[in-house]
Write a protein that binds this ligand. Structure first.
Ligand SMILES: Nc1ncnc2c1ncn2[C@@H]1O[C@H](COP(=O)(O)OP(=O)(O)OP(=O)(O)O)[C@@H](O)[C@H]1O
Length: 262
């Protein structure tokens, strides 16, 4: 059902994908889906006036996407899902807007051939990823795939005792899913005691990881930095990107970093 694109000549007008699909969550209606460099526009195909059933999701709020088939061998459908976290106003006027998860999942079932449906879903996912990573769409799919950055790999330390003892629950309820949606490969380390993270960081093979992330309060990040500084290769090791997810009680550093980075 795609309308424009395929050979992607350099001087062509902006590339968009267009399709008409059912949604995974609602198979009765049909939706017109338009993917551009800037947004994903989803509009219900119905007699209602234009605009009433239209959703415009900015790709700036998109963390990732995937194409897949379900286990049901009798069903030839494939799915294309994209994950967004747009800022939404809270109900109370006084509280600041917060990011809330929006999943758009479409069922591609135009053909009887499951492989062809999956290929089409993969094409949507590939082009969305190219838009997210600003990869110019001038090549074949395989070249495009190779032009995408390799998936980010992080070592994630969660302190189950920090704050009110909810860091691990938050990881299970929010973080794990967000990382998967964003295509971030991660290894979870649940710290068992004081200095556990420090000892591990002292010896870990840093070439395996793009970043070290802690989910705790400020104390665990200090431990990780101390571990890096105790390594023989500390000068290089200390350049490893670090991340902090608020899991402690005060979370002063996480709040400052996120505030100053916008
Ligand atoms: N499983 C564990 N049991 C007990 N202590 C731990 C464990 N894992 C890590 N720690 C230690 O807990 C200390 C305190 O953690 P952290 O400062 O990160 O959280 P917090 O004090 O709860 O948060 P905040 O700084 O926001 O008040 C860290 O220095 C770390 O060494």
């Amino acid at each position: 059902m795609r309308r424009a694109e395929s050979d992607f000549p350099p001087a062509s007008p902006p590339i968009t994908l267009y399709g008409e699909f059912t949604q995974n969550s609602n198979r009765r209606g049909r939706w017109a889906v338009n993917l551009t460099e800037k947004d994903l526009v989803v509009q219900r195909l119905a007699s209602a006036p234009v605009g009433r059933n239209k959703v415009v999701l900015s790709l700036r709020d998109c963390v990732g996407c995937r194409a897949y088939r379900e286990d049901d061998k009798a069903d030839p459908s494939a799915y294309f899902a994209a994950y967004f976290y747009p800022l939404r106003k809270r109900r109370w006027m006084t509280s600041a807007p917060s990011r809330q998860r929006v999943e758009q999942c479409f069922r591609l079932a135009a053909l009887q051939d499951p492989h062809a449906n999956l290929e089409e879903a993969e094409k949507w996912a590939l082009i969305l990823l190219c838009f997210l990573h600003s990869v110019p769409l001038r090549h074949t799919d395989s070249v495009l795939l190779n032009s995408l950055p390799h998936p980010c790999r992080i070592l994630l330390f969660v302190n189950p005792q920090s704050g009110k003892g909810q860091a691990l629950t938050l990881y299970n309820s929010h973080i794990q899913r967000m990382l998967n949606e964003a295509g971030v490969i991660h290894k979870l380390i649940i710290t068992e005691r004081q200095n556990h993270a420090r000892e591990l960081v002292k010896d870990v093979d840093l070439s395996q990881w793009d970043a070290l992330v802690i989910m705790s309060g400020d104390g665990l990040l200090h431990e990780v930095i101390n571990g890096l500084l105790e390594r023989p290769d500390w000068e290089e090791a200390v350049r490893t990107p670090l991340g902090i997810l608020p899991g402690g009680s005060g979370n002063a550093l996480a709040a400052s970093v996120h505030y100053y980075s916008g």
